[in-house]
Design a protein around this ligand. Structure first.
Ligand SMILES: [Zn+2]
Length: 498
């Protein structure tokens, strides 16, 4: 039996001003046909986990297309439609018995707010009802009724910070193999509540609220009430009306049980909604607090999270660090293609007054102007050491390290998803030697914590503003939590036989 294997992964953000085209994907992973297996084998990707599981089950793999674009704003409509057409046409070229898709689930395209739903529906329409379709999803997926109606199997990541993409691909593929070998008849059901949850409070570690939801899902699976139970606190920076937190369950030919489990999961998130809130500081408060603490401090610049779709160009914490003038080694990263190019033109050792930051999205801050020395220049290549991209190359493009006193400013040409400190290492900086280091993410920096390292979080405006109630929602209709203090959950639609 033959299984078509494809992935189309991108996390959108409608509050970002970026339009992402082919080059966003080709800088990461964009391969087709014979190019697929060499690009994914041995990696920690969801599609790799699926590949290994399907092979183990004796299924023949038909590699179609793998596209990873990371995160950003809105994907260009032409590139999206071309990629969708290539996936569908590639699968239809030969008879297949099943389809596996690795998706993020929160892509947004020009003219399409549910691109993954449109892809799965297009495949269902082309293949008919008898061919099982399975998809792995990011925990922040925007799962829609169209996705649940047209897929047989949907399974989300367990963890945030995300460390189980590979395992999620494997779990979804094992269920697909089970369906192909006639062991199970999977049905998938979705329940959604019209609410959003702050990403900063969404860790699945320790006793955090999402850790409790994770435990509940695993208990449901262990008790045999579902083959897979997934929770989707959703990528919240999508200003579209059809957005809410979701529970999804896959059962063996029992739609009513799947609906009940999906509802139990989404209600478990709703019941804990107040526990997701987290206090944030202003950039100046964060720097002062960091300097007051005796040991090393990581500052999370949450409103400019590259992994959530922001451009990574906000210089707010840089400005606060320059004002405070820390008397210990510190490091900050600000994406700025023009400033990087200027530093390459100047050359190592040269001093100049430079404008840094807010070059990609000037809506939230002004550039910072300061005198710097060009300390070093780098090609910006690195390899991810963990998370959903472990083993995959990253490209910051030409990257300059500028020095202002004891502060080093890493200035890459391109924004890259942050897992740990790969970007700083690629710029020759070991942040363990820094009193203060700034990370452009609200969650993954936690992978860098140890007994000598604490953290503070910066709030405020930006494409990934941590305070969701502070966002001027244009499309998504009120009332919804947390903008409105609702006492009862509002289910978004009666999905099929829910
Ligand atoms: Zn995610």
């Amino acid at each position: 039996m033959r299984v078509a294997l494809a992935s189309f992964e991108f996390e959108g953000n409608t509050l970002s001003s970026q339009i992402n085209r082919r080059d966003t994907f080709s800088r990461k992973v964009l391969v087709e046909g014979d190019g697929v297996l060499p690009a994914i084998e041995g990696r920690d990707l969801a599609v790799t986990g699926a590949l290994e599981a399907l092979r183990k089950e004796g299924l023949e793999i038909v590699p179609i297309l793998v596209a990873h674009g990371g995160s950003g704003g809105v994907v260009e409509g032409a590139f999206y439609r071309e990629t969708l057409d290539r996936i569908v046409a590639g699968i239809l070229k030969q008879p297949v018995d099943g389809v596996f898709l690795a998706l993020h689930g929160a892509m947004i395209c020009e003219g399409e707010t549910d691109p993954e739903g449109a892809l799965i529906a297009a495949l269902r329409a082309a293949l008919g009802p008898g061919i099982p379709i399975a998809a792995s999803l990011d925990l922040h997926a925007h799962v829609t009724p169209r996705m649940a109606d047209n897929a047989d199997i949907l399974v989300g990541y367990e963890t945030y910070p995300h460390v189980d993409a590979h395992g999620t691909g494997r779990r979804a593929a094992e269920l697909l193999a089970g369906a192909l070998h006639g062991r199970i008849r999977p049905v998938t059901r979705l329940r959604r509540i019209d609410a959003l949850l702050p990403v900063v409070g969404g860790s699945t570690n320790g006793d955090a609220p999402m850790a409790q939801v994770r435990e509940l899902a695993r208990r449901i699976e262990a008790d045999g009430r579902a083959l897979a139970a997934s929770y989707f606190p959703v990528q919240p920076w999508l200003d579209i009306d059809d957005l809410g937190i979701a529970g999804v369950a896959v059962t063996d030919a029992d739609p009513a049980a799947a609906t009940a489990v999906a509802e139990e999961i989404v209600l478990a998130m709703w019941d804990r909604r107040r526990a997701f809130e987290l206090a944030c500081l202003s950039p100046d408060e964060a720097v002062r607090e960091a300097l007051d603490r005796p040991a090393r401090v990581l500052i999370s610049d949450a409103p400019d999270c590259v992994g959530g779709g922001a451009p990574g160009d906000a210089p707010a914490v840089l400005a606060a660090l320059l004002r405070a003038g820390p008397d210990a080694e510190s490091a900050v990263l600000v994406v700025d293609p023009a400033a990087a190019a200027e530093a390459f033109d100047l050359g190592i050792g040269k001093t100049a007054r430079m404008r840094i930051g807010s070059s990609l999205d000037p809506r939230f801050h002004s550039p910072v102007e300061t005198e710097v020395v060009v300390e070093s220049l780098h090609d910006g290549h690195f390899t991810y050491t963990g998370g959903i991209s472990a083993g995959t190359p990253g490209q910051m493009g030409p990257t300059a390290v500028l020095r202002a006193g004891r502060l080093r400013i890493v200035v890459p040409t391109y924004a890259t998803y942050e897992y740990g400190d790969e970007q700083y290492r690629a710029a020759g900086i070991d942040i363990r030697d820094c009193k203060i280091a700034v990370l452009k993410n609200p969650m993954n920096f936690r992978t860098l914590l140890d007994a000598d390292t604490s953290w503070v979080m910066v709030g405020g405006a930006g494409p990934t503003a941590p305070d969701l109630a502070s966002i001027a929602w244009q499309v998504k209709k009120r009332p919804f939590w947390p903008c409105d203090d609702q006492q009862q959950p509002v289910f978004m639609e009666n999905h099929r036989d829910a």
